[in-house]
Ligand binder design. Structure first.
Ligand code: ATP
Length: 241
């Protein structure tokens, strides 16, 4: 499997203190799901923003064989890299439909319409509420809208920042089931940021563990199916549960 994304020696520094991300390197194969796990402040969101072009970074970001390290964020979106930020960041005063239109602003109208129909089929919960203002949706529906808005842009790589945050377990399961469906039906690759290993295991192929801005460990999801190996990884990288 060839790499769709390859990140080498990526560093992000916001001020003069310790870097938020310190020489992180990892790759994402076409159609695969790679998770970044770590505690609050480990640098996960900063990696996502650096890949998206939303924060200055050093190091190299290769996408589809092209060095995109210096390209502006909108050009990266056009190439197929779409970021769904933590906290959803949908536009509350706009309707569900208008939020989806925003996701496809770079697409021709007919294609955007086709993608929106696909998203509404995938998330019937929000299809029932297309004319409702987004702030009126439940937390789970807002998360579906945020992911749906990302999908309207027709990404090759979706960067998903803590989609489980603030959701009840049942809704987390529902959101992850839909993501699994998207995986089956397309060759979409995903970088998934999470703090919750159990949830992450449902979807991903590979996991990287972050601490203090560094990638300190790597496991395949296959390796972590073994309960002892899973506990060892939790103890070694995420702190004793
Ligand atoms: P969380 O789950 O809390 O978002 P995270 O693993 O995604 O955690 P980051 O948000 O990438 O971590 O933050 C990494 C470090 O960089 C933290 O110490 C954080 O305080 C700092 N940081 C993040 N964004 C900024 C910013 N815009 N300005 C200054 N410091 C920042």
């Amino acid at each position: 499997m060839s790499d769709l994304l390859s990140v080498e020696n990526l560093s992000v520094a916001y001020g003069s203190g310790a870097p938020a991300v310190n020489r992180a390197s990892f790759a994402v194969g076409e159609g695969s799901v790679v998770a970044l796990l770590g505690a609050n402040g480990a640098g996960k969101s900063s990696i996502m923003k650096a890949i998206s072009g939303l924060t200055p970074a050093t190091g190299t970001v290769m996408f589809n064989g092209e060095d995109i390290s210096t390209l502006p964020a909108r050009t990266r979106v056009a190439k197929g890299i779409v970021y769904v930020p933590e906290g959803r960041e949908i536009v509350g005063d706009l309707s569900v439909r208008e939020n989806l239109v925003l996701g496809g602003y770079q697409k021709p109208a007919a294609e955007r319409k086709r993608r929106m129909d696909m998203v509404l089929e995938l998330f019937p919960e929000i299809a029932e509420k297309v004319d409702r203002q987004a702030w009126r949706l439940s937390g789970g529906e807002q998360q579906m809208l945020a992911i749906g808005r990302g999908l309207v842009a027709d990404p090759k790589l979706l960067l998903l920042d803590e989609p489980s945050l603030g959701l009840a377990p049942l809704l987390v399961r529902r959101v992850f089931d839909r993501l699994a469906t998207i995986r089956q039906e397309s060759d979409l690759a995903i970088v998934l940021v999470e703090q919750n290993l159990a949830v992450t295991m449902r979807l991903c192929d590979e996991l990287h563990f972050l601490r203090g801005g560094r990638i300190v460990g790597h496991r395949s999801a296959e390796e972590l199916k073994d309960a002892t190996a899973r506990q060892q990884a939790i103890d070694a990288y995420l702190g004793a549960a």
